[in-house]
Design a protein around this ligand. Structure first.
Ligand code: GUN
Ligand code: ZN
Length: 429
């Protein structure tokens, strides 16, 4: 089988730098190499050692470029690509004004195909090799996304967004059709190539208790699937949930009471949590996905990333486009850093890179397979140019350490910093 040997700086992790001294679990090699055979990584080691041992491998020399695991976006909405950066609204108004009218278009398969293709190509251009997406209520939108991802051989997670109240007529299903459509789609797509299905109730305000129960039953019947939703993003939303579910202990309980809390549950945002919710999330091994550009753009608040991680909650990182204001996981890491600063928590570049790769992969229960630069992982790889723009280059010229060289690209980088991308061992043209 053909082998490729990528030369450059390498960065990989052997543990969670949010929970231990980052230096103990973070491994940088300024003359490193990654050996790829077929679709997988065979070895990560010193360049000289791998070159000597694999004379027949085709060499791709990235010079000073940084080779790391492709970024894993653990929560986004591909149907919102055409309305990213819409002005002036907070969550509920933003959904009603911009989101729902746009999502209403996705019963048209040709439109869904076009937006899915654009979104996946934008992701790759930004160094993101895995997307975890909400679709719309239309099964066509799910088929469009998984089909476009399969054409690119990308590992993705997605599901039909279910809503049976508090949304326009063009965008509601029922408890029964949500169950039936989701079941048919997960049977078609879950484990098909690199696709994984996530049962997807949008959030408690747009589902009746009947619908939440039906989806909880479907998850119990298909425990191998993920479940994704939103949790405690904005205060008016939380107050609305209290009104709609007067007997629930808290927001998380609206999911738990309907069988929608579990280790394979992904809860987006989770900013304004009660202590009980934090301990329940940790107890069941559920994951919270931090969406920092969205949290500042829609005015939601500041997620306590370090506090949740230290309480035992699995943490991932995501763009949340189009509530998020960027397709870039670099910009997303920068926003996570800025929110950390506002909270008094200084996140290290190693912790940010871990969240954007290993952390997100673990929330998807694909640790060791994606988001990981190590033997046995799929060769989904991104190479960063750490001097991609004049502004970054003039700053890194005086860098005194690798971290001093990387951090300006995290803070100021975008798609111009993406030097190359590999998906399943194939270089993306
Ligand atoms: N809560 C329910 N739906 C959405 C959505 O589409 N985006 C965000 N940011 N929050 C939500
Ligand atoms: Zn979202």
């Amino acid at each position: 089988m053909e082998q490729h040997l990528l030369l450059g700086q390498t960065l990989h992790f052997s543990g969670n730098p949010l929970l231990s001294d980052w230096q103990d679990v973070t491994h940088h090699n300024s003359r490193g190499a990654v050996l790829i055979e077929g679709s997988r990584i065979l070895a990560v080691d010193d360049a000289d050692a791998l070159k000597r041992a694999h004379l027949q491998a085709k060499i791709v020399d990235y010079g000073d470029g940084l080779i790391h695991a492709g970024f894993v976006d653990a929560h986004m909405h591909y149907p919102q690509t055409r309305m990213i950066a819409s002005w002036g609204k907070q969550l509920i108004d933003w959904l009603n004004t911009y989101t729902f009218p746009e999502e209403s278009k996705f019963g048209d398969r040709a439109y869904a195909d076009a937006v899915a293709a654009d979104t996946l190509d934008l992701a790759l251009a930004h160094g993101t090799t895995t997307l975890t997406s909400f679709c719309t209520i239309h099964p066509e939108s799910v088929d469009a996304f998984f089909t476009a991802a399969a054409q690119r051989n990308m590992a993705v997670v997605a599901g039909k967004t279910c809503m049976d109240r508090n949304a326009p007529d063009t965008l509601v299903d029922t408890a029964q059709t949500a169950y039936d459509d989701s079941k048919a789609l997960l049977e078609k797509w879950h484990g098909n190539g690199r696709a994984a299905y996530a049962i997807t109730p949008r959030f408690s305000p747009t589902s009746t208790q009947n619908q939440l129960s039906a989806l909880g039953a479907l998850w119990a019947e298909n425990p191998d699937c993920l479940m994704q939703t939103h949790l405690s993003e904005q205060h008016p939303e939380i107050a609305w949930v209290k009104d709609l579910y007067p007997t629930s202990r808290d927001y998380l309980d609206t999911y738990e009471a309907h069988g929608l809390l579990g280790a394979k549950g992904l809860y987006g945002h989770a900013i304004h949590l009660e202590p009980r919710e934090i301990s329940r999330l940790a107890e069941v091994g559920a994951a919270v996905v931090h969406c920092p550009t969205s949290n500042t753009f829609i005015g939601s608040g500041m997620c306590d990333v370090l506090g949740l991680a230290r309480a035992g909650v699995a943490m991932g990182l995501a763009t949340d486009t189009g509530g998020g204001s960027s397709f870039s996981m670099l910009r997303t890491m920068a926003a996570a850093y800025e929110i950390g600063q506002l909270r008094g928590d200084v996140l290290h570049a190693a912790q940010l890179m871990w969240l954007a790769t290993e952390g997100s992969a673990a929330t998807l229960h694909q640790q060791g397979q994606i988001g990981h630069l190590g033997a046995g992982a799929m060769a989904d790889i991104t190479v960063l140019d750490l001097a991609a723009t004049p502004a970054i280059a003039q700053r890194t010229r005086s860098a005194e350490s690798f971290w001093d060289q990387l951090f300006p690209t995290i803070m100021m980088g975008d798609d111009r910093a993406i030097k190359d991308v590999w998906v399943a061992g194939q270089r993306v043209a």
